[in-house]
Design a protein around this ligand. Structure first.
Ligand SMILES: C[S@@+](CC[C@H](N)C(=O)[O-])C[C@H]1O[C@@H](n2cnc3c(N)ncnc32)[C@H](O)[C@@H]1O
Length: 280
């Protein structure tokens, strides 16, 4: 287990994932009934963009660095708003980048709950330190897939599972697809959001096929390409798959991604995609 998110925090992949996360949470907040968020691979919670690890890759400079101080069109900004608002509240200096647990905590209301699961002991310690004490949260030092299986369905029967593994192992796509199938059986109305790298088109194609038959009636994907993707070298494209996406999310990402991909493109090569694997 070598992966440290601090090298990558605030890069283009975090932006796609966290913008979509904040939109899903904004939609969940529209109904009064409480919800629960289960973050299976939570990470450290807060990242120092001026620290040694982030500085060594500089990935954030071509990610959140390009969004800082830049306004997109009014339509795109309306979609970015919950993400922008959370960043302004959690990290106003722009020198810290909040990870998924901090963003989720920020979006919870008094009756909502979240569980953050992180297997790496040191990272889990950092996570506990980075979040203010909060009775709405549970932090577990545990395998994320075990947590996904054990914590679904939550008592509230409303909410989201975020699955954001490090992709250090060859079978990560297959495991994600298997556990998605299991969730469709146990909690067919829950929202699942899975992040994945796009390096090998065939592996992604097989993953999409597996998701098509996972049992969820509605499942969409959104991709962000900031360069031509290659199996080796720096990550240039990634996707998110969302089971039971909130109404309008596909439309919102279709409005945002043309501008966002243009802004984040390396060498002017940018592409995006929003598609349904099941349903609408
Ligand atoms: C991509 S990072 C998570 C980033 C975080 N979700 C965010 O958006 O800010 C993946 C995390 O998973 C952790 N991890 C690796 N294997 C794990 C496992 N089997 N179960 C839970 N966490 C794991 C890593 O230590 C790392 O912190």
């Amino acid at each position: 287990m070598n992966y440290r998110h601090s090298f990558h925090a605030g890069n283009f992949a975090d932006i796609l994932k966290h913008v979509a996360l904040m939109r899903v949470l904004a939609h969940l907040r529209l109904k009064e009934t409480p919800f629960r968020v289960i973050d299976t691979h939570a990470g450290a919670g807060m990242y120092d963009l001026k620290g040694d690890e982030a500085s060594r890759t500089g990935e954030w400079i071509e990610g959140i660095g390009r969004l800082q101080g830049k306004r997109l069109s009014a339509a795109a900004e309306a979609i970015l708003a919950p993400y922008r608002e959370a960043l302004a509240a959690l990290a106003p200096s722009g020198e810290i980048y909040p990870g998924s647990p901090a963003l989720i905590q920020h979006a919870l209301r008094a009756e909502d709950r979240a569980s953050f699961n992180e297997l790496h002991p040191e990272t889990c310690k950092l996570l506990r330190r980075s979040l203010p004490r909060d009775e709405r949260l549970v932090i577990n030092e545990i395998d994320g897939y075990t947590a996904w299986k054990a914590q679904v369905p939550p008592r509230e029967r409303r909410g989201l599972v975020l699955i954001d593994p490090p992709f250090e192992k060859d079978d990560e796509f297959a495991r994600m697809a298997d556990y998605t199938r299991e969730m469709a059986r146990k909690w067919p109305t829950g929202i699942a959001m899975l992040w994945y790298p796009i390096k090998n088109a065939r592996a992604v194609g097989r993953f999409e096929e597996a998701l098509q038959t996972s049992g969820f009636a509605k499942l969409m994907i959104a991709e962000l390409h900031v360069d031509n993707s290659a199996e080796v070298g720096p990550l240039a494209a990634c996707g998110i798959a969302i089971a039971n996406p909130p109404w309008k999310l596909a439309e919102e990402l279709t409005t945002l991604l043309p501008e966002l991909s243009g802004l984040l493109a390396r060498r002017k090569v940018a592409r995006w995609r929003v598609d349904w694997l099941a349903g609408p």
